[in-house]
Write a protein that binds this ligand. Structure first.
Ligand SMILES: [Zn+2]
Length: 145
């Protein structure tokens, strides 16, 4: 499933008509095909990926202090598992800013809300910065249509 906020970002940028579809794809971090689909009113909704046996995981009890990373997590600690997989080279290290990018913090609901608001603001500022940067290179605006 395509993140709703991505679709909204793409739609907004398309409406602004400041950037080419290629630039929008670059800035938002999606494929050109996705931008194209959104611009033509189709929203590419892919069925959710079915997790493999290896990936399916259910919490097994109350959260515990992970002896390895010290996080309060459902055991076995997914963060440590992930780090192990990354270290062994089985999966690529990836910094996915667009998947929400929220850290799984153990916060009071009131603080969690504040954190999410702050995070959303930062994401928006970051996107706007990238748009501004991309907008400086006006050379490919000619290929807009
Ligand atoms: Zn851990």
């Amino acid at each position: 499933m395509l993140n709703n906020s991505i679709v909204m970002d793409v739609s907004r940028l398309l409406t602004e008509r400041k950037l080419s579809q290629r630039k929008i794809a670059e800035v938002v971090g999606v494929s050109r095909g996705t931008v194209c689909a959104i611009s033509s009113g189709k929203r590419p909704d892919y069925p959710p990926r079915v997790p493999t046996e290896d990936e399916s995981w259910k919490p097994t009890g109350p959260r515990e202090r992970c002896p390895t990373c010290g996080g309060k997590v459902y055991m076995p600690c997914r963060a440590c598992e992930l780090r192990k997989l990354q270290a062994s080279g089985k999966i690529a290290r990836r910094c996915n800013h667009r998947s929400g990018g929220l850290l799984q913090l153990d916060l009071h609901p009131k603080h969690q809300q504040g954190y999410e608001e702050m995070h959303a603001k930062r994401e928006k500022a970051e996107l706007e910065k990238r748009v501004a940067e991309a907008g400086d290179e006006t050379s490919d605006l000619a290929s807009m249509d």
